[in-house]
Write a protein that binds this ligand. Structure first.
Ligand code: FAD
Length: 484
C-alpha cells in the first residue's frame, strides 16, 4: 500500500500524526506540500508568513531526506491549486490513500470535501487525522452533550479530560525504510520565494526563524520563564509570553508536546504553567467555537449585535486609516499598531487594547479590525482572531460585557507604567516623562517643548475624546440591544 502525506498546518516531523498514521498503515510513503494559489493569490508580495512557510518547507524536506538516508527522498513541492493538484499527484504516484491533519476552517473544509470527492472517484482513500488541537469540536461538551460557549466551564472540563488522554509523541516507525524516493520529475530544487511570486521580508532581521529547530529554540528560551508567565504576560515591554503562536499556527511545534510539558509543570504546582496551559485551552476553545458555530465568520456570535450601527463614510474610513497606521494620538494604541506593522506580532494585552479602541472608541465595525489583523499577524488563525475580535467588541460568546470599555490611558499607565514599550515603538515620544507619555496632549506645553514633541507635527493630536467616545458607544450598544 502506498500512502501520500499532505502537509498543511503540520510542517514538522516530530509527533506528526498524519505521517505516523501513514507509516503505520502503508508499505511506502510519499510526502507533499502544495503552495496553494487559492490561498496565496490573495496575499501581498511581502507576506512574512509565506517566507516563514517557505523556510519551514525547506527544513522539512531536509529532515525527511535525513531520516530516509537517501538524497532522493524528501518532500514533493508543488505550486498551484491544491484542490486539483493533490488528487493528480496521488494518482500519478499510484497512492492508495492520502493522509493529512484535519483543518477546521470553513474554506479548508470545502477544499477537503472536494479533494475527497475527486480521490474517491479514483478509488483513493482520504484519511484525515486530529493533529492541530488537543480536543475536537464534540470531544469536550456539556453534560447534555452541547458545545461549551463559556470558557471557564470549558477549561475545567478540558483539564479533567486531559488527565486520561495520552499525549504522545506518536512514533515514526521504520521511516528510514518506508519514505519513498521521489520520482525523477520531482527531483528538482524547491521553488524559490521569488518563483512563488513573493519577496523577502524582514523575518531574518526580526530573528524569527522558521521550522522545527527555531520552535525548539523558542521553547527552550521560554521554559525558564514559564513560572513567571502569569505575572509577566500582561506587560508588553517584558519578555513574558512564549512567542510560539506562529509555530502553533503552522505546526512547526506539536500542540501535544506543549500541553504535555505544561501539564507536568501544572501538576507540580507551577502557577505560571497553569495560566499558560489555560491559554492553550483557549486555542482549542475558539477552534471548537468556529467548528460548531461557523456563522461567527462574518457575523456576531450573538444575533442581537447584528443591529449595531457602526460608523461609516469618509470620517470612519479616515479614522480606520489612522488606527491602521498608528496615528490615533493615543500612544499605547499607536505603539501597538507600530508593533504589528513592523513585526507581524502584537502582544496579547495590546491586541485587546488596540482592538477595543477601534470598536469602542472609533465605533468601527470589528470585522474591519479582524481583517486587518488577518493580513498582518504572523500567527493569524481564523478561530483565535475571530474569537479575540468578538471578545473585544462584546459580540461573541463569553465576551467582555459591552459596557466595560478599556480606557487606553489607564491601560497604558497600568501595563506600560514607565512607557518603555511606547518609547521602543514611538521614539519621537522618547523624551517625555513617565506621566506625560501616556497622554501627551495633557502634558504642560513646556514639557512637550523640552521633549521636542510637537502635537500635530511629529505626533498626532488624539483623534477622539475618551469620555465622548465612551458615551457614544454605550448608546450605540444599548440601541442595538433594545432593537433586538
Ligand atoms: P502565549 O501567551 O505564549 O500563549 C501560548 C499560545 O496559546 C499562543 O501562541 C496561542 O496559540 C494560544 N493562545 C494564547 N491566548 C489565546 C487566546 N486568547 N485565544 C486563542 N489562543 C490563545 N492568537 C492567535 O494564535 N492567532 C490570532 O490570529 C489571534 N488574534 C487575536 C486577536 C485579538 C483581537 C485578540 C484579543 C487576541 C488574538 N489572539 C490570537 C490571541 C493571543 O493574543 C495570541 O495567541 C498571543 O498573543 C500570541 O502570542 P504568544 O504565542 O507569545 O502567546
Amino acid at each position: 500500500k502506498t500512502g501520500l502525506v499532505w502537509f498543511r498546518r503540520d510542517l514538522r516531523l516530530h509527533d506528526n500524526v498524519a505521517l505516523s498514521t501513514a507509516l503505520a498503515e502503508c508499505e511506502q510513503v510519499h510526502c507533499v506540500f502544495v503552495f496553494d494559489t487559492a490561498i496565496l493569490s490573495a496575499l501581498p508580495k511581502h507576506d512574512r508568513r509565506v517566507e516563514f512557510i517557505h523556510g519551514a518547507v525547506q527544513e522539512l524536506d531536509a529532515s525527511l531526506r535525513q531520516v530516509a538516508g537517501h538524497a532522493h527522498a524528501g518532500l514533493l513541492v508543488a505550486h498551484g491549486d491544491a484542490q486539483t493538484l493533490v488528487p493528480e499527484i496521488a494518482l500519478a504516484l499510484s497512492a492508495n490513500a492520502v493522509y493529512c491533519g484535519r483543518d477546521y476552517e470553513p474554506a479548508a473544509l470545502n477544499r477537503d470535501a472536494a479533494v475527497e470527492l475527486a480521490l474517491s472517484g479514483q478509488g483513493i482513500a482520504f484519511r484525515t487525522v486530529k493533529d492541530h488541537v488537543i480536543f475536537e469540536r464534540m470531544e469536550v461538551v456539556t453534560q447534555v452533550g452541547k458545545p461549551y460557549t463559556v470558557f471557564t466551564p470549558y477549561w475545567r472540563a478540558w483539564l479533567a479530560r486531559l488527565e486520561d488522554t495520552p499525549l504522545g509523541p506518536c512514533r515514526l516507525d521504520d521511516a528510514e525504510n518506508m519514505l519513498a524516493a521521489k520520482p525523477a520529475a520531482w527531483r528538482n530544487e524547491l521553488p524559490s520565494l521569488e518563483a512563488l511570486g513573493f519577496e523577502r521580508t524582514n523575518l531574518s532581521a526580526l530573528h524569527l526563524g522558521a521550522g522545527e529547530a527555531a520552535a525548539s529554540a523558542l521553547l527552550a528560551d521560554f521554559w525558564p520563564r514559564l513560572e513567571r508567565y502569569d505575572s509577566a504576560r500582561d506587560f508588553p515591554a517584558v519578555k513574558g509570553p512564549s512567542y510560539l503562536g506562529v509555530h502553533l499556527r503552522f505546526g512547526t511545534v506539536s500542540i501535544r508536546q506543549l500541553v504535555q510539558l505544561a501539564y507536568e509543570q501544572y501538576l507540580a504546582g507551577n502557577q505560571g504553567a497553569k495560566v499558560w496551559l489555560s491559554e492553550l485551552a483557549w486555542r482549542d476553545f475558539y477552534v471548537q467555537i468556529l467548528a460548531n458555530f461557523p456563522h461567527v465568520v462574518g457575523h456576531p456570535f450573538k444575533a442581537a449585535y447584528n443591529n449595531v450601527q457602526w460608523e461609516e463614510g469618509p470620517t470612519a474610513l479616515a479614522l480606520f486609516e489612522a488606527w491602521c497606521q498608528g496615528k490615533t494620538g493615543y500612544p499605547l494604541v499607536d505603539a501597538a499598531m507600530a508593533q504589528i506593522n513592523q513585526t507581524g506580532y502584537m502582544h496579547n494585552r495590546l491586541r485587546m487594547v488596540a482592538g477595543s479602541f477601534l470598536v469602542k472608541h472609533l465605533g468601527i465595525d470589528w470585522r474591519w479590525g479582524e481583517a486587518y489583523f488577518a493580513e498582518k499577524l504572523n500567527d493569524f488563525d481564523l478561530s483565535a482572531n475571530n474569537g479575540g475580535w468578538q471578545w473585544v467588541s462584546s459580540t461573541g460568546c463569553d465576551a467582555q460585557p459591552y459596557f466595560r470599555i478599556f480606557n487606553p490611558i489607564t491601560q497604558s499607565e497600568k501595563f506600560d507604567g514607565e512607557g518603555k514599550f511606547i518609547r521602543r515603538y514611538l521614539p519621537q515620544l522618547g523624551q517625555l516623562g513617565k506621566r506625560a507619555i501616556h497622554a501627551p496632549w495633557l502634558a504642560k506645553p513646556q514639557e512637550l517643548t523640552v521633549a521636542k514633541v510637537v502635537l500635530g507635527e511629529n505626533y498626532p493630536h488624539p483623534v477622539i475624546d475618551h469620555g465622548e467616545a465612551r458615551a457614544r458607544t454605550l448608546a450605540r450598544y444599548a440601541q442595538a440591544r433594545d432593537a433586538d
